[in-house]
Design a protein around this ligand. Structure first.
Ligand SMILES: Cc1cc2nc3c(=O)[nH]c(=O)nc-3n(C[C@H](O)[C@H](O)[C@H](O)COP(=O)(O)OP(=O)(O)OC[C@H]3O[C@@H](n4cnc5c(N)ncnc54)[C@H](O)[C@@H]3O)c2cc1C
Length: 387
């Protein structure tokens, strides 16, 4: 367990590393090192959907993260916009929900949905209605990351870009620092928050069952800006989601899939994804079908998946003492980042966090190989049949 002013080196300045730095900086000597820029890898590409109440997470993770986003709203350059989310239910599945909406959700028929949001939805003829969730919202991922950086630096953290960490240094079974491209840095604790690369970077210290995962997103400018009360949404059979942006545009994302060669994969969004957005998703929203695509974003080095879809946030028993890892965020790393930060703080200080830690443990996996099939959050089997 840490003592006051212990040195913690955090490897990776994405939202995870920055959230960890913010948690630890008030009473530790924190250094964050990134081989590139701050949030320049996956984190800045995130769609900023905060849809914790729809995810298969313990309720305490959702309530903790939500309270942190609300607290941070208005600080730095960060704003958190709360909106409800509608998960559309295909006509054939509507009977499943008429008497029994899942926890936290309310089922509205198609006509009820249209009455509630008369200027938001377009052609919903294929849907029996939608499950409406509150406790959801959105943020700009880069503004969020920059605000975490600002808060961590104000609390004393040193955050350095263009510092590649080449190895963790271990003596007598405990970490003593890291080896960077510029030399050694001593540390009492080392946290790897290096996304999909973490498996390779820690090879020889601990085996992590994670695989690179890719997402695509586009921003469409509708004919007229979306109304202020336009909800966020998702369509489980297509595995697509959307949200209004601050400028009245709509961001549409989805198409997540495992990748075997992230660095050899082209950067552009896949044509099949673009077609699906234009032909199938845009008509669901009023005035968006005739809109223009303003931005295409894809992150071939993307995020990373774990076999059960939940992250690994642990100080694994088989690793050297003082080593903690964060990986396998499975496309949910921004919304979970407040939980990630507090979870790592608890691993380092021994304090109890206000949420369960057991689902994060590495030892829940007997098989640590990266040879597993993708498990989607969209529903049982990932086929959209579940809420
Ligand atoms: C298109 C898209 C949309 C998404 N939408 C959402 C969303 O709506 N909501 C949500 O919650 N999540 C979303 N995600 C997922 C989210 O972006 C990730 O889960 C999150 O950014 C992971 O953050 P991280 O800090 O763990 O990893 P990363 O952002 O990948 O950061 C890891 C950092 O480690 C650094 N690094 C790697 N190796 C080294 C080394 N050797 N030395 C030093 N530094 C190193 C990298 O340069 C990088 O900056 C989306 C992802 C994509 C691609």
């Amino acid at each position: 367990m840490s003592t006051a002013n212990d040195r913690v080196v955090v490897v990776g300045a994405g939202v995870s590393g920055l959230a960890i730095a913010r948690e630890l900086a008030p009473d530790h000597d924190v250094i964050v090192l990134d081989k590139g820029g701050v949030a320049a890898d996956t984190s800045s590409r995130a769609s900023g959907m905060i849809s914790l109440s729809l995810e298969p997470f313990p309720e305490e993770w959702a309530s903790f993260a939500l309270s942190q986003f609300r607290d941070l709203d208005g600080r730095g350059v960060f704003s958190f916009t709360e909106r409800e989310t509608v998960r559309l239910v295909p006509e054939a599945n509507a009977d499943l929900y008429t008497d029994r909406a899942p926890d936290g959700g309310e089922f509205l028929t198609r006509s009820e949905l249209k009455r509630r949001h008369p200027d938001s939805f377009g052609d919903l003829s294929a849907y029996g209605g939608g499950l409406v969730y509150d406790g959801t919202g959105s943020l700009d991922a880069l503004d969020y990351a920059m605000t975490l950086k600002w808060a961590a630096e104000r609390a004393g953290a040193g955050i350095f870009r263009d510092h590649e960490v080449r190895d963790v240094r271990v003596e007598d079974g405990a970490v003593v620092g890291v080896e960077t491209e510029y030399g050694r840095i001593e540390a009492d604790h080392v946290v790897y928050a290096t996304g999909w690369r973490t498996r390779d970077l820690l090879d020889g210290y601990v085996e992590l069952p994670v695989r690179p995962l890719r997402w695509n997103a586009v921003v469409i400018e509708p004919d007229d800006p979306l109304p202020d009360d336009c909800p966020m949404g998702s369509e489980p059979t297509m595995r697509m989601y959307w949200r209004p942006t601050d400028r009245g545009n709509v961001l549409v994302g989805g198409n997540e899939h495992l990748l075997s060669d992230p660095e050899g994969t082209p950067m552009g969004v896949q044509p099949s994804f673009r077609e699906r957005v234009v032909e199938d998703v845009a008509p669901l929203l009023e005035g968006v079908a005739a809109g223009r695509i303003r931005r295409e974003d894809c992150c071939p080095t993307a995020d990373c998946a774990s076999p059960d879809g939940l992250p690994i946030i642990d100080a694994p028993a088989e690793g050297p003492e003082g080593l903690a890892v964060v990986t396998g965020l499975h496309g949910r790393g921004v919304m979970l980042s407040p939980v990630t930060g507090r979870a790592v703080r608890s691993l380092i200080t021994g304090e109890d966090p206000p949420f369960p830690m057991a689902p994060f443990r590495l030892d829940r996996f007997d098989d640590r190989s990266a040879d597993f099939d993708y498990r989607s959050h969209w529903g049982p089997g990932g086929d959209g049949s579940g809420p």
